[in-house]
Ligand binder design. Sequence first.
Ligand SMILES: [Zn+2]
Length: 93
Amino acid sequence: MIQKTPVMRICISCRKTFDRKYLLKITKDHKQGIMLQKGMGRSAYICKSKKCYSDSKIKKKLQKALKTFLEPEFIDIFEEEITSYDDYPNKGI
Ligand SMILES: [Zn+2]
């Protein structure tokens, strides 16, 4: 049986390593600007633990990681997106 090696990425908030499928990917797309879970360009990953996505500094951290300015509306969209997942592997941390 061939096992696929999971792609590991680091959460920009807690700096822990997770399988990429458990992370929300935020990409600064070359053409379309900031995108969630898609797009090509500089990307940052954040895990789905409440502690990380509701961090008051998360916007700053994302802006730093993506080297861009994020619109205030982005955080609303981002929170809505991340809270819509129910597969929190690290729930309760
Ligand atoms: Zn995290």
